[in-house]
Design a protein around this ligand. Structure first.
Ligand code: SAH
Ligand code: SF4
Length: 402
């Protein structure tokens, strides 16, 4: 979500004739887009802002914007007090009003169109936000507090955004939201929205992130089985393999329900790949709970997992960390090793199979299941091609264009 917000912010600047630069010395403006999902992210943002004091001293006419979730949590008053050289603070809840902050500092835009770029992924990929905020209440999570309750964007707006990005050169669209498959637009369901986006001319591949296990239905499974442009890949955060912890987290599903969902989807869509998120060291997590998480890695057949140490996001005493730093670290390392082992297993299972690859260069692309893939030659940038997989190395497949 933050990457998508940063893209939109960059586009607002481009409409005023600005360009991105890696040389901060030359920058006329700096935007720090902050995260606060874990304390470490917030701490990093704070020290980054602190370091910008020097830049501002050397370039007093330069403008400094602090935006996003940590800005929302800490507030403009606190930030401007602590860092008086900050010009504008825009919290995550008001991120769509960033334009106002920009007008205040640089005046209105000239109405110029901004070409599509992507600072974070391939220039072929464009993010389209379809919902903001989140209305679930996972016990550990700060997102609903800093981004507000779920708001679904209207289908018309989503389609116009996607169409404009495809027109500007995007081949792959990634629909975004915290519980992205919970999206509804009047009578239009998430699957129907996917169908409408899939029908946009020029689109090669459609992804979305992050779905929640509670919101899958049979129409989605059928669509995934039928539509080749819909990536056969899900990033489906599970958080824990222990029913006791899942309940304490208020995730709304059990281990068996999560695995049952994967089984059903894989039965309909053979070869579908799944990645996930895990939190280790949730308050009260026993060795047994942790072992249940560890065994989820192979059972879920995950190709990749983001693994995080639990970080308390409230002052409520029952949410304080109870697991020592040493145990937390040991569990994280064990989990990361299990994920690595499973990833290479899943990667090697692809050898001998045919993959649909969306090429970014003549020799590099991504499979529908989101693996990186290299060929010696024969790929056409921006086009899909079938590749026979010959080998796997580290996190990348290799093969030959058919
Ligand atoms: N909406 C998504 C997750 C968004 S937050 C979902 O529900 O699936 C991204 C990830 O950050 C989460 O999946 C979780 O693994 C991690 N996370 C969130 N809060 C955390 C906390 N307090 N400590 C550690 N990790 C956390
Ligand atoms: Fe946070 Fe995701 Fe749970 Fe929403 S669904 S509260 S964003 S972890």
């Amino acid at each position: 979500m933050n990457e998508a917000d940063s893209e939109n912010i960059a586009a607002s600047f481009r409409r005023r004739g600005f360009e991105l630069t890696d040389e901060i010395k030359k920058a006329d403006a700096v935007v720090v887009n902050t995260c606060t999902v874990r304390q470490r992210a917030e701490d990093k943002a704070i020290s980054q802002i602190g370091r910008l004091r020097l830049w501002k001293e050397k370039r007093p006419e330069g403008k400094l914007f602090v935006v996003g979730c940590a800005a929302q949590k800490l507030g403009g008053k606190y930030l401007k007090n602590r860092f008086p050289f900050v010009d504008e603070v825009v919290g995550a809840k008001a991120i769509e009003d960033f334009e106002d902050a920009l007008i205040a500092q640089f005046g209105p835009d000239g109405g110029a169109e901004a070409a599509h770029q992507n600072m974070f992924r391939s220039p072929q990929t464009a993010y389209v936000t379809i919902m903001r905020g989140c209305s679930l209440k996972c016990s550990y999570c700060i997102v609903p507090a800093v981004r507000g309750p779920a708001v679904f964007l209207p289908a018309g707006e989503i389609l116009a955004d996607a169409a404009a990005k495809i027109k500007a050169g995007a081949k792959e669209i990634v629909l975004l939201g915290q519980t992205v498959n919970a999206w509804r637009g009047g009578k239009t369901t998430f699957s129907e929205l996917l169908n409408k986006v899939l029908a946009l001319p020029g689109l090669q591949r459609l992804r979305f992130m992050s779905p929640h296990p509670l919101y899958f239905d049979d129409s989605f499974t059928a669509l995934l089985a039928r539509e080749k442009k819909l990536a056969r890949y899900l990033h489906l955060p599970v958080q824990s393999g222990s029913d006791r912890i899942l309940k304490a987290m208020r995730r709304g599903y059990t281990r068996a329900q999560y695995l049952g969902l994967l089984k059903k989807l894989r039965a309909a869509v053979p070869g579908m790949t799944v990645s996930t998120d895990f939190i280790v060291g949730y308050p009260g997590e026993t060795e047994e709970d942790f072992n249940d998480t560890l065994s989820m890695v192979a059972e879920g057949g995950f190709t990749m997992a983001y693994c995080f140490k639990y970080s308390p996001r409230t002052d409520r005493p029952e949410m304080a960390a109870t697991i020592s730093g040493t145990v937390m670290k040991a569990r994280l390392e064990k989990l990361l090793a299990a994920v690595k082992k499973n990833s290479s297993l899943v990667l090697n299972e692809r050898i001998g199979k045919i993959e649909e690859v969306l090429f970014e260069t003549e020799t590099y692309g991504r499979t529908s299941g989101n693996f990186s893939l290299r060929v010696k030659a024969g790929g056409t940038p921006g086009k899909m091609a079938e590749v026979l997989v010959a080998g796997a190395e580290k996190n990348t497949l290799n093969g030959k264009v058919l």
